[in-house]
Design a protein around this ligand. Structure first.
Ligand SMILES: [Zn+2]
Length: 364
């Protein structure tokens, strides 16, 4: 029942409610506020026209960005990976408490670090952030810049509506002592969306971008489920349990600039790059550097392969956190330590499960 609510009702019913609200806000702003109050009541023709034009422009920008987020930009689907070549030699990988790599049964694929399964997307997503019920879209590493841009312009739009609404409601109330109910509803809607979008924007900028962290990692940190890493130590592999404190700073480079670049990193060497370039991308409504669009279109056609994943720097543990893990190993400060020989690990990961073999046969 709960899964039906989550998988069907929320993604299908919420957008209909939101479209209704969108239409109502447009009616209240353009007709009740701009036309009836500003134009007919006060006779401010130029102000009325300017308000409607700016509102339409802001609505068009947010709609275009939503369309890009929902239909053009892939969140960063991870291509199913049945084998992890030479995994026993990699410095570290995400593992279960016994030192074996994690596996996603839905995708029939190994799950490397920072790859999470999204039930709404039906696939594993690299740096999966969250499923936004308001936008009905999955946010991952590849469409994150569009999500932030949309949040900024969404905030700008509601701020504009609120300012115009408050100016004229205040003006009409001081003279007539009466205010149209639609204008009060408009102010309430503005307050709600501004708090939501502004709060999300602040938490994303300060917390998630500032510490190279994602929403899903934040939620997982609060759950009793432990995070384990299989770490190479000489000729053995040891399982290191990552405690909550280290968990929230696992990818934090301790430099805002570097974290920012990690978050807005797109594909290998193609990225938004400097802070100035990302800020320009976010603040200029229809400015979309060719590499952003190109990356997204490319993403839609093919999922992130393990080679592309391995080349990404934003899925790797930061040097600072790696140093802490090494220290734990040196001090043998492992809350739960399962030591596994490399040979055994290789044997285990080389075994093909029947379902994997079936899948391969079907592909051929
Ligand atoms: Zn999956």
């Amino acid at each position: 029942m709960l899964s039906f609510l989550k998988r069907w009702v929320v993604p299908n019913v919420t957008p209909i409610l939101l479209i209704g609200l969108y239409g109502y806000v447009m009616y209240s702003f353009c007709h009740e506020l701009a036309y009836k109050l500003i134009y007919l009541h006060y006779g401010l023709r130029a102000f009325y026209l300017a308000a409607v034009v700016v509102y339409s422009l802001l609505a068009a920008i947010t709609l275009a960005l939503w369309f890009q987020l929902k239909f053009l930009a892939d969140p960063g689907t991870f291509a199913p990976q049945q084998h992890l070549d030479n995994i026993e030699q990699t410095p570290y990988f995400l593992s279960d408490p016994y030192g074996f790599p994690l596996f996603c049964s839905s995708c029939q694929s190994y799950k490397p670090l920072r790859v999470h399964h999204s039930t709404n997307h039906g696939r594993c997503v690299v740096k999966f952030d969250h499923f936004c019920i308001f936008l009905n879209a999955v946010v991952g590493y590849a469409n994150y810049p569009v999500f932030i841009k949309l949040l900024v312009w969404f905030t700008v739009k509601w701020l504009f509506v609120l300012i115009v609404d408050v100016i004229f409601v205040n003006r009409v109330f001081t003279v007539d002592r009466h205010v149209n109910i639609h204008l009060i509803a408009l102010a309430i809607a503005c307050g709600f969306w501004l708090m939501l979008a502004g709060g999300l924007l602040a938490s994303n900028l300060l917390k998630y971008i500032g510490a190279n962290f994602t929403t899903v990692e934040e939620i997982a940190k609060r759950k009793p489920l432990d995070l384990h890493l299989s770490v190479v130590d000489g000729s053995l592999r040891k399982v290191v349990k990552i405690d909550p404190d280290l968990r929230s700073s696992l990818f934090d480079t301790r430099s805002f600039k570097q974290n920012w670049n990690q978050v807005f990193y797109c594909y290998q060497d193609r990225k938004l790059g400097s802070i100035a370039r990302t800020v320009a991308y976010i603040l200029l409504p229809f400015f979309d550097p060719w590499f952003v669009t190109k990356t997204f279109v490319q993403n839609k056609r093919h999922a992130v392969t393990i080679w592309e994943y391995n080349a990404m720097s934003n899925v790797k543990i930061s040097d600072e956190s790696w140093e802490i893990i090494q220290q734990k190993l040196r001090l043998d400060d492992l809350s739960q330590c399962w030591v596994l020989s490399m040979m055994l690990l290789k044997e285990m990961t080389d075994l093909e499960s029947p379902s994997t073999a079936d899948l391969k046969q079907r592909q051929e």
